[in-house]
Design a protein around this ligand. Structure first.
Ligand SMILES: Nc1ncnc2c1ncn2[C@@H]1O[C@H](COP(=O)(O)OP(=O)(O)OP(=O)(O)O)[C@@H](O)[C@H]1O
Length: 258
């Protein structure tokens, strides 16, 4: 995809320092995400993937290099990003619609238009009938869909997703992959997605970025040239399997990957 990048990282490095030790987690990471692109990050456990997302979200500052969002240095950027975590982190005393609307409440008043859009998102993710119910009445997969609606409600340019389906069973995860592909294609968001699952990364992504080594570096950036929309049947094609193999070998620890 030849679009101007919404996220650009130039030689980003991160060293965590405490009184007792220094731990260099990332070194010289250069990568970009184009507008409307779906990019996954894979790599071994502890390799710095979450650290990279936290840097891009502005939660922490890199100790080396620079980050640009929509062409502006991250410090000056007004760009809108939202984050989805491994756990949905919903407020149990609020109904699902109120949970989705939470970011709008933080920004001020919730208008009828916002409420209507939140309902639209719930409908798009098959949750319209659960709007007035509470999170504890939903399955884990449904709760994660509420969290995704909450991340979309502010019309963010960019969604950062940190292993959002890691806690789900295999079947729910597969259907969430299909769901996310549909949401992504319908909303046109740029998504940076961290996962431990190579099949999930291949299935969803335009590109898969492999972080490897210690400290973590970008060891490969692989364009996934498979037709869209992807279906479950694509997972069983030789082309899909070849991508899986290539990425497994690059990570070099095939058996530790889900
Ligand atoms: N706030 C912190 N202070 C000190 N060290 C940290 C901090 N956060 C993460 N680390 C260390 O940075 C390294 C990378 O952690 P990170 O969570 O970014 O990796 P990851 O690739 O997301 O791991 P996983 O796949 O297991 O979730 C680990 O060694 C971790 O202990």
């Amino acid at each position: 995809m030849t679009t101007s990048p919404v996220i650009e990282l130039d030689a980003v490095g991160m060293t965590y320092r405490s009184r007792k030790e220094t731990n260099t987690v990332l070194d010289g990471c250069t990568l970009s995400v184009g507008r409307g692109e779906f990019v996954s990050i894979v790599g071994h456990s502890g390799g710095g993937k979450t650290t990279l997302l936290r840097i891009i979200s502005g939660l922490i500052h890199p100790t080396e290099g620079s980050v640009w969002v929509n062409g502006q240095h991250l410090d000056q950027s007004l760009s809108d990003m939202s984050m989805v975590f491994q756990k949905p982190v919903l407020l149990p005393w609020r109904n699902n619609l109120q949970n989705v609307l939470l970011p709008m409440e933080f920004r001020g008043r919730v208008t009828d238009t916002m409420r209507a859009y939140a309902m639209e998102l719930l409908e798009m993710t098959g949750l319209k009938d659960t709007a007035r119910r509470h999170p504890y009445e939903l399955s884990g997969g449904m709760q994660q869909r509420v969290a995704i609606c909450r991340a979309l409600v502010s019309h963010p340019d960019i969604m950062l997703m940190d292993e959002p389906f890691g806690a789900l069973d295999a079947m729910t995860r597969d259907s969430m992959n299909l769901e996310l592909q549909r949401i992504w294609s319908e909303t046109g968001r740029s998504i940076l997605f961290v996962t431990h699952s190579i099949p999930e990364a291949v299935f969803l992504s335009d590109r898969v970025v492999v972080i490897g080594g210690k400290p973590g570096r970008v060891v490969a950036d692989i364009a996934v040239d498979l037709p869209r929309p992807r279906t479950k049947a694509h997972r069983y094609t030789p082309e899909f399997y070849e991508y899986e193999q290539q990425i497994s070998e690059l990570i070099g620890a095939k058996e530790s990957i889900a």
